[in-house]
Design a protein around this ligand. Sequence first.
Ligand code: NDP
Length: 326
Amino acid sequence: AKTWILKKYFEGFPKESNFELREVDLPEPKDGEVLVEALYISLDPYQRGFTERFIKEGDVQYGGQVAKVIQSKNKAFPVGCNVFVHSGWRTHTLSDGSDLTKIPSNWPKDLPLSLALGAIGMPGLTALYGLEEVLQIKPSETVLVNAAAGAVGAVVGQICKIKGCKVVGSAGSDAKVAYLKELGFDEAFNYKTVSSLEEALKAASPDGYDCYFENVAGPFFTAALSQMKKEGRIAVCGAIAVYNDTTPQTCPYPHKTMLVNHIKMEGFSVWKWKHKDEESLQRLLTWMKEGKLKAKEVVTVGFENTPAAFLRMLRGNDIGKHIVKV
Ligand code: NDP
């Protein structure tokens, strides 16, 4: 069995030398335990920030994976059963079952299991909960989302369309903007090439925005705040533009704009609605089967390439959810 451990905490943008590949003995399951083998490893921006908060140098790097049960002494998880487990970058995981989530039994045969790490997994749930629980979007409202071509943002836009909203997305390349149009976004623009963010936001929705699904932070936030409608709602899902900063950014004070326009802003984490996950995953799965939800993936092959794939994901130039096919 193999694991990638965090050798040294990140300083600024992570490097491959932050990680070290280790060979470990294949563990034997005892009564009540199972041994699972990784099929796909998930790479997500949150792993950058969580690493420092939740693991120590020398620990296995943080992250989720889809795995197959290869040995079982636990009737609830027979050999061959596919599961999601949050056990980090390792090829094999020993578990008593308490940290395993079964992939839905009605998972269509022609649907890649890797989607359980993307649109029909944590990023898809993040989009759904941010829109339904935090923003509580209503039909005909106008929703803004940034990092819109990412794993979360692309699902945000598609759910907005399912629910009868107008959705505007921003992304960092013309190819991403074309992809957003393909997905059905009403308006999309390349935030790197527009001369003014405020003007681009205004042109995309002259009446402003009821809701804003915030993934990025930085200057985009300041510009978007100025374009919110009165009583507008903001869901703070992420702040990817500042995750690698070594000194905290000074944020222009948003108070006056928030005060004058009665803006409500709420940060959230997908784990808060864990009790709804099973039912929510079924809804995402149904939308995918109906063709209402589409997803792209960026697949890196080989467990040994996991750190390189992680850095590539953090650079943010590709379109789709990053995964490693073990
Ligand atoms: P992806 O890796 O799929 O996409 C991230 C995109 O962010 C990039 O493709 C890039 O697109 C954009 N981006 C903007 N600024 C930067 C920057 N400075 N460096 C790198 N990329 C940048 O991410 P996800 O869709 O999985 O995640 C989106 C956000 O949601 C993240 O902030 C993440 O931390 C957060 N999140 C929060 C969760 C929660 O529970 N609150 C759960 C899951 C994710 P572009 O070219 O458009 O700039």
